[in-house]
Design a protein around this ligand. Structure first.
Ligand code: DON
Length: 565
């Protein structure tokens, strides 16, 4: 059961906040059930409210998703962004399912040895911080392209973000701590003064005003995405890049394209899952694991029991080994999606499973690396009263991305280049290894784990789900789905019960601190190596019950919050 201490459910009914009246709410709505109302779940109450405000003004799920992303770029600078990238998986009430890829790309000047120094050493410090780490940002192009499905004018969608940047908002304890932790980096990587550095340490309740960002957002409101990719903001990005070792040139920005793709679709139980395919590994991993689990009768074991964890871990191990070998940007490397999800392949992959004994990861391939603990990305789940749904995961990669703020423009740039395999077998910040398929190439999209997901039942949305968490993303989404649909937990428990993760390498089961002791002991007896780690993910879930009630749940691991139309 969940520790009640963490379950601070502040039921506040239907809000009609306008941002000019009260920009400084510091509340968190953890769960809400409504009928026939649109709902938004995101990492920050003010961002969720920005989305809900769009729903109240007649907008749909796509309007809300755009406004929420823009507001997150202000109130959740650790991950919300206009200088990063993301994926949207959408369903329209007309029955269309689509995905939009606005993942960053490697600049034209990048190449496979860009992160190798004179001694042949892979420099993760270059791929993880500072100007070289920055991929060409996709978020603004992505939001512009998702306007195809939205109803409200761009100016209205961006208005809450502008107000929040201009007038400021009160920061949470988590944000204050994170800003203090990254102070040194902000100073090291930036020439001028940035809004994220104060003369004294930040504390909870301090007002964070971002004047430059407000101006940038105003420009984008007025002139649209072209201001970011061709206009004055593009020039500022290039200037910032040329100040140090950055690679992004004006052509990279001019040429950046968001891509509508067929979503990855597979069936499971009596449902259809629509999720993100390549260049995210997330959907393939989710599908492979669910198919492997289908071979065992998981529901006969308890939720988070040693037996259930054992089976899930063995499926995870196999899927993540495939991630490293086969997955990359399909424009540059062969697309193995069909093969990896085919019954023949799944059967052959599962043949080596033997109940009660772990299969060593070395059996699949021999490599060494060490996973580091999670950093930041953020997920938004939206369902509107018409049945449109948007599942969006967006990222700067690490906390505050490259910690580089575009001078005079006030926004942070991503450090997404680290998601490439910078040298075969060298682990990225999430411990993921890769090789040829995910090597750096000019214009290529780096492999992601983001897994924004929609589940449909009888062609109507049943679940909207996703989370941040680097390589733990697919397994967190998996556990949320398995908890709800195989172990029949409540939506809240599906999100909040303790999580675990295995990613092939290192050959370790990571688990949260409150994981059932008894299961851990049994797993250890079976021969598994266990390691406690920081909280896994921040899952945002919306579930529609058979009776048509909609329940939205915001993860208790953060300040995440639900807002209603
Ligand atoms: O695309 C990816 O898989 C990573 N850049 C996501 C980073 C992330 O989730 C960090 N958050 N905790």
């Amino acid at each position: 059961m969940i520790n009640n201490k963490f379950l601070v459910i502040l039921f506040i009914g239907i809000f009609s906040i306008t941002f000019s009246q009260n920009p400084n709410q510091l509340f968190s709505v953890k769960e809400l059930t409504k009928t026939n109302k649109g709902m938004v779940v995101s990492a920050h109450s003010l961002a969720s409210e920005a989305g809900a405000l769009m729903l109240r003004q007649g907008g749909n799920a796509f309007d809300a998703a755009i406004a929420t992303q823009l507001a997150l770029a202000v109130v959740y600078p650790q991950a919300g962004n206009i200088g990063g990238g993301g994926f949207l998986v959408g369903h329209t009430s007309q029955g269309e399912n689509f995905s939009l890829d606005y993942r960053e790309t490697a600049p034209a000047k990048a190449h496979s040895n860009i992160f190798i120094d004179g001694d042949g050493k892979a420099r993760t410090d270059w791929s993880q911080g500072g100007h070289l780490a920055v991929g060409v940002p996709g978020s603004i192009r992505g939001m512009e392209q998702s306007m195809k499905y939205a109803k409200l004018p761009w100016k209205i969608l961006i208005a809450p973000a502008i107000k929040l940047a201009k007038h400021g908002f009160l920061i949470s304890e988590e944000e204050a701590n994170l800003l203090n932790t990254h102070r040194k980096d902000f100073i090291q990587y930036n020439a001028g003064k940035v809004a994220f550095v104060k003369d004294r340490p930040w504390k909870k309740g301090d007002l964070l005003i971002q004047k430059d960002l407000a101006k940038t957002l105003k420009r984008i409101a007025k002139k649209g995405a072209q201001e970011f990719y061709q206009g004055a903001i593009a020039k500022k990005i290039v200037k910032e890049m040329s100040r140090v070792k950055g690679l992004i040139q004006i052509e990279d920005l001019n040429n950046y394209k968001a891509i509508f793709r067929e979503p990855l679709h597979f069936t499971y139980q009596d449902k259809d899952i629509y999720t993100m395919g390549l260049p995210s590994s997330g959907g393939i991993i989710l599908g492979q694991i669910l198919y492997m689990l289908d071979k065992e009768n998981l529901s006969q074991y308890g939720q988070n029991s040693a037996e259930a964890v054992h089976i899930m871990v063995e499926a995870e191990r196999r899927a993540y080994a495939d991630r490293a070998e086969y997955m990359g940007d399909p424009a540059f490397t062969h697309d193995y999606t069909k093969y990896l999800l085919s019954p023949e392949y799944i059967n052959s992959r599962w043949k080596s499973f033997s109940f009660g004994s772990p299969t060593p990861s070395s059996q699949f391939k021999n490599d060494k690396n060490a996973a580091k603990e999670s950093t930041q990305t953020t997920h938004i789940s939206v369902l509107d009263k018409w049945g449109n749904a948007a599942s969006v995961t967006t990222t700067l990669n690490g906390y505050y991305g490259a910690r580089v703020v575009v001078q005079g423009a006030g926004f942070l740039l991503n450090n997404e280049m680290d998601d490439f395999s910078i040298k075969p077998g060298v682990a990225n910040m999430f411990g993921a290894v890769g090789g040829e398929a995910n090597k750096v190439e000019p214009g290529k999209r780096m492999l992601s784990s983001m897994t924004p997901t929609l589940i449909l039942k009888n062609k109507a949305v049943y679940m909207v789900v996703g989370t941040p968490g680097g390589t733990t993303i697919p397994t967190s989404v998996l556990q949320a789905i398995v908890n709800k649909d195989i172990f029949h937990t409540t939506a809240s428990d599906a999100v909040n019960l303790p999580k675990f993760h295995h990613q092939w390498l290192p050959d370790v089961i990571y688990h949260e601190s409150n994981f059932p002791e008894n299961s851990l002991k049994q797993l250890q007896k079976m021969g598994y190596i266990l390691k406690e780690r920081s909280p896994i993910g921040r899952t945002e879930m919306i579930v529609v019950s058979q009776g048509g009630q909609t329940t939205a749940v915001a993860d208790i691991r953060g300040d995440d919050s639900v807002a209603v139309e």
